[in-house]
Write a protein that binds this ligand. Structure first.
Ligand code: UD1
Length: 290
């Protein structure tokens, strides 16, 4: 197994448990020579690399496009050139944008609201045509707000759960953008892994896109209250104006993932949050948070 990562957000230490089985390459997926070296001899590519922030893409659309759209195209070209059989891609629920209907189904028309969502959607289109043009077995897994241990909380653009947890544990007030009534289908990382493992052997899915989520949604206020209760601190936040490009509600229909991949989420929200909390708490003690 080979891992290509520029470590702009990830940490080499996250691979400690599989260190001996991994050939690690530090580099950027948007660089074709690097991508070709990484894809050499591989049967399957999991393309997870991204700059995964809506807000950051609004601040810097060119950086976002390169990391999300260009890097995906480059990895696809490398995979094609190296005779890779299957290419599985981390898509995003952000592509649904302001589509009103809930839950979001795969056959709904995408209505991206941010450069990030556009970049992720461009990646999906490239996967689809690479299947049609070159026979690559491509599959997009549209992730809905992934969270869990090891999520990097170091940037203001980090995922909301990692930011809320680390603020509350540090005795600080988290920031809520908008009224806090926006909702998300928060998906525990192990369920995302489950979908990816199933995608490895699934048949008849090439060129398609499938939601990966739980089918339940939680508002930011509910998230904050649950965390406050678990940690034993008041659920108070600092209010800021809503972020441009933000989606209001996000909830997935996951029947396609069940039908096509046999996927069923196994970790409910409370359990996932508790495990996440334990990890950040443990990290604080050992100094190994990232
Ligand atoms: C997230 C992912 C994105 C993924 C998408 C769909 C991250 C960083 N981004 O976007 O990669 O494609 O889900 O799965 O994980 N918020 C606050 N306070 C904060 C931070 C955020 O109120 O300190 C709000 C945001 O304005 C937003 C919500 O919390 O309304 C979620 O934000 P965020 O975690 O950044 O995720 P998404 O933008 O939904």
């Amino acid at each position: 197994m080979r891992v290509l990562d520029d470590l702009s957000a990830g940490r080499r230490a996250n691979l400690r448990a599989v260190r001996d089985d991994v050939d690690f390459m530090r580099g950027n997926c948007a660089d074709l020579e690097t991508a070709r070296r990484a894809a050499r001899g591989m049967d399957v590519v999991y393309h997870e690399a991204a700059v995964p922030s809506v807000a950051r893409s609004v601040a810097d659309p060119v950086l976002s496009h390169r990391a999300n759209a260009t890097a995906t195209l480059t990895m696809l070209v490398a995979a094609r050139d190296r005779g890779v059989r299957r290419f599985i891609y981390a898509g995003s629920s952000s592509v649904y944008g302001d589509a009103r209907q809930l839950p979001k189904r795969e056959d709904m028309e995408p209505r991206p609201l941010s450069p990030y969502a556009v970049g992720k959607l461009v990646g999906e289109h490239y996967l689809r045509i690479f299947h049609g043009l070159y026979g690559l077995e491509t599959l997009t897994l549209r992730y809905f707000n992934v969270y869990g241990p090891r999520q990097n909380a170091a940037s203001p653009y980090s995922g909301v759960i990692s930011l809320f947890v680390t603020s509350l544990l540090a005795g600080k007030r988290p920031v809520i953008y908008g009224d806090g009534q926006q909702s998300r289908d928060f998906t525990y990382v192990e369920d995302v892994v489950q979908a990816n493992v199933r995608a490895l052997t699934a048949r008849g899915l090439a060129g398609q896109h499938v939601n990966v989520a739980t089918g339940h949604r939680v508002t930011l206020r509910q998230l904050l209250e649950t965390l406050g209760r678990e940690i034993g601190v008041p659920a108070r936040a600092e209010s800021r104006p809503p972020r441009a490009g933000d989606i209001r509600h996000s909830l997935a229909d996951i029947s396609a993932a069940h039908r096509l991949l046999g996927y069923r989420p196994k970790v409910d929200f409370e359990t996932g949050l508790r495990r996440t909390l334990e990890w950040y708490r443990g990290g604080r003690k050992s100094g190994a948070r990232r």
